[in-house]
Design a protein around this ligand. Structure first.
Ligand code: ADP
Length: 254
């Protein structure tokens, strides 16, 4: 059974222009799938439809065997504990410590009052330290997040997603603000997470060369439609031109 099935998904923001047009694909557990395509192609909107940060007009999204299309408040809350999110600008609370930010990933499991009082169990705290250790930043646990480099902050963002115990992690341009070395570290950790923890990752990427190096599969969007879906070996020069068009093609590093 696929972890995620997207069927005939259409989305518009203004009910005139379709930002996503008849999107169809399935994703298996434990894959690292990159979504590439020019700016404005709909990559971010696609990710936001999957965890329902935005609603879509029609189509179906089936996650872990359940049709989430008509999910309301309570079901959406549960869905979002199963789907972690990693953002380009990390979305951490800068004045809080690393460990506090990681523990925030557990808030989806708490009542409002437990959340307000930051009531976390010993097991949750142990897990948070263990994840920081896995991601190589445990020595920074008590530092404020704004004292960390961009790459380290993104690792905190990944730990915060992982502590949710998700089945799927959506990463929206996770390396767009990082230098090449920090980008490599982040992509290596994402790859490791899919392989060792059997967590599926869908990663929006600008950098085609990175998508080629780390992904099990690449899905390319152009103007809201899927124009390529396959392995990096199948992403030939000709198909790349189809994804980006000849004009924008020169701007992309391959
Ligand atoms: P990408 O991630 O590939 O750059 P986006 O999903 O961000 O693409 O955007 C796809 C299209 O949807 C763009 O034309 C963008 O301007 C539009 N768009 C994105 N978010 C909104 C929004 N909140 N309201 C209106 N239009 C939006």
């Amino acid at each position: 059974m696929s972890l995620l099935e997207i069927k005939h998904l259409n989305k518009s923001y203004d009910s005139k222009t379709n930002v996503l047009k008849d999107i169809n694909f399935e994703i298996e557990s434990g894959d690292l799938v990159s979504v590439i395509g020019p700016s404005g192609a709909g990559k971010s909107t696609l990710l936001r439809c999957i965890n329902r940060m935005v609603n879509f007009d029609d189509g179906k999204i089936i996650f872990d065997g359940k049709d989430t299309t008509h999910y309301k408040k309570r079901e959406l809350r549960k869905l979002r504990t199963d789907i972690g999110m990693v953002f380009q600008h990390y979305n951490l609370v800068p004045r809080l410590t690393v460990i506090e930010n990681v523990l925030h990933g557990r808030l989806g499991y708490k009542s409002t009052i437990q959340g307000l009082l930051s009531m976390f169990t010993e097991v949750e705290k142990e897990n948070a330290f263990s994840l920081l250790d896995t991601l190589g930043i445990v020595e920074h646990a008590y530092k404020r997040c704004d004292q960390l480099s961009g790459g380290q902050q993104q690792r905190v963002g990944i730990a915060r997603a992982l502590i949710q115990n998700p089945k799927l992690i959506l990463c929206d341009e996770p390396i767009a603000s990082l230098d090449p070395n920090a980008s490599k570290v982040i992509m290596t950790y994402l790859k490791q997470i899919t392989r060792d923890m059997n967590i599926t990752c869908i990663v929006n990427l600008h950098q085609v060369d990175v998508a080629r190096e780390y992904s099990d599969r690449i899905i390319a969007l152009n103007k809201g439609a899927v124009v390529f879906d396959g392995s990096h070996l199948q992403l030939t020069e000709e198909r790349m031109n189809h994804v980006y068009g000849m004009e924008t093609r020169e701007l992309i590093t391959v």
